[in-house]
Design a protein around this ligand. Structure first.
Ligand SMILES: Cc1cc2nc3c(=O)[nH]c(=O)nc-3n(C[C@H](O)[C@H](O)[C@H](O)COP(=O)(O)OP(=O)(O)OC[C@H]3O[C@@H](n4cnc5c(N)ncnc54)[C@H](O)[C@@H]3O)c2cc1C
Length: 454
């Protein structure tokens, strides 16, 4: 497919390419999950679009496929990178704010933490998720569910333009007008259509939010989760809450009252005033949390509200979108994961629905998610013997929630998977058709692979 719109010649670049054993090789190929040990044929570290195009040309000349990666937070979804050139996009930096138009433009290397505070200082919030270390590119290309999604939808739908180097080695700007079908496919189709160099997206004017977390001892998981799910139908789209059972490691960098504790936490963000927020959370507060940190906050305060890990870990996870979380399932799951000796370190239930569950007519291939709740559970594997008990517990958890399964959210799927199951038949066919149009030779391999239509 020859793309004529907004084409820029990118044929003159070159740039750093590492081969196995070169200094910096391990750092450049590493991801967030230390169990993942990908060995690509080479790694390109482009500093600009021209060097991205040079990398794509190099891969073509060697007969390699191309996998783009920014932070490696979802590196585990690749079955392997053998026969591939890894394009490490971590040098494609740069952020521009156009807040008169509620827009931000970021280079592909930008992480949420780079923009959250500058936006907050100017009275804006983005549709980021739980970790400031996650890359905006991979998060947005896969969907993106965060604290504001029930009110404002998935981050993929907030994206207004994407620039990428295509299979032909051209830099193309896609938006609702230029290459709209490619723009549709990119917003959900992750790295299957090219190497993204920059994205632009809409942000929301927000100055204060009623946000925080309540902690209870993990022994109270059943009553806290039952109360939480009982309240969900009455929560407005302005309120997003997550309930998490977690076993906090005894590390000195963690606040002393939480160190080494097994807890159940209800975290939340309310886009409204304190009085209304307090009223909505009253049934949970009436349970008597041991620690209650809710209060009026600037948007920057929620960057790290979920207390996600900041360092790479050896880990295994499980996830599912759920239509319901009935009491019997809560009882079974709490019995498995709230025990202090559970190999599952954290089990999180996030309230979905609202705008996150509604199709967006201007959105892309991932414009909404089915289900009322998404569950994500994770444990660490500090020694090889820890892996089997953890995998067994994750399998048991999957079985417990299976009767209520509504699907899966690809960004939370951290192992190789059958990508076709992430879409309905119509969208899957459309994605494969777009792939055949824009990358017929299947040069680009996203973490969740979309093959071209035959
Ligand atoms: C600690 C943690 C917290 C998380 N919290 C949330 C959350 O709150 N909400 C949520 O929705 N998700 C969350 N996620 C999941 C996250 O959205 C995915 O892992 C996402 O893929 C990460 O994007 P990345 O760019 O950081 O990772 P990467 O592994 O670098 O990229 C993931 C994939 O995106 C594609 N990609 C990335 N950059 C490019 C590029 N420049 N060009 C083309 N393709 C590219 C590739 O297919 C790549 O394999 C979390 C993950 C972790 C580990």
């Amino acid at each position: 497919m020859t793309i004529v719109a907004t084409r820029i010649d990118t044929t003159t670049g070159n740039g750093t390419v590492l081969y196995p054993g070169d200094p910096g090789w391990d750092e450049a190929r590493g991801g967030f999950n230390l169990l993942v040990d990908h060995r690509p044929e080479a790694i390109a570290l482009p500093r600009n679009e021209r060097e991205v195009a040079a990398a794509v040309a190099l891969a073509r000349s060697r007969g390699w496929k191309v996998a783009a990666q920014g932070t490696g937070h979802n590196a585990g979804a690749y079955a392997g990178l053998s026969g591939m050139l890894l394009v490490n996009t971590s040098r494609l930096t740069g952020v521009e704010y156009d807040l008169a138009n509620h827009r931000v433009r970021v280079g592909a290397a930008t992480r949420w933490g780079d923009v959250i505070s500058p936006l907050s200082d100017r009275g804006f919030a983005a549709l980021h998720g739980s970790s400031p270390l996650v890359g905006i590119a991979g998060y947005s290309l896969g969907g993106g569910i965060g604290w504001l999604s029930r009110k404002h939808g998935l981050q993929a739908s907030a994206v207004t333009a994407i620039e990428l180097v295509t299979a032909e080695g051209h830099l193309v700007r896609t938006d609702a007008v230029h290459e709209p079908e490619l723009f549709w496919a990119l917003r959900g189709g992750n790295g299957n259509f090219g190497v993204v160099t920059a994205l632009e997206f809409e942000v929301q004017p927000v100055t204060r939010m009623y946000a925080g977390v309540m902690f209870f001892p993990a022994e109270r998981s059943v009553e806290v989760l039952r109360t939480w799910t009982g309240q969900l139908p009455s929560f407005p789209e302005e309120l997003t809450t997550w309930a998490t059972i977690l076993h906090v490691p005894p590390l000195p960098e963690i606040p002393e009252p939480l160190q080494g504790r097994s807890l159940v936490a209800v975290m939340g963000v309310f886009l409204g005033d304190e009085a209304d927020g307090r009223a909505l959370l009253e049934p949970l507060r009436a349970l008597g949390p041991e620690i209650d940190l809710f209060g009026l906050q600037p948007p920057a305060a929620i960057a790290d509200l979920a207390m996600d890990p900041t360092s790479p870990m050896p880990m295994c996870s499980a996830t599912a979108l759920l239509n319901a979380l009935p009491d019997s399932t809560i009882d079974a799951v709490a019995g498995l994961v709230a025990r202090p000796d559970s190999p599952i370190l954290m089990t999180q239930f996030r309230h979905l629905g609202g705008a996150a569950g509604r199709p967006d007519p201007d959105g892309g291939a991932r414009d909404c998610l089915p289900g009322e709740v998404v569950v994500y559970a994770v444990g660490v594997v500090p020694v090889p013997e820890a892996e089997q008990p953890l995998l067994g517990a994750l399998t048991a958890l999957r079985t417990m929630v299976l009767p209520h399964r509504a699907g899966e959210y690809p960004n939370f799927v951290e192992e190789p998977a059958d990508t076709s199951r992430f879409w309905g038949q119509d969208d899957w066919t459309r994605l494969r058709r777009a792939k055949a149009l824009y990358d017929p030779e299947d040069l680009f391999r996203g973490n969740h692979h979309i093959p071209p239509e035959a």
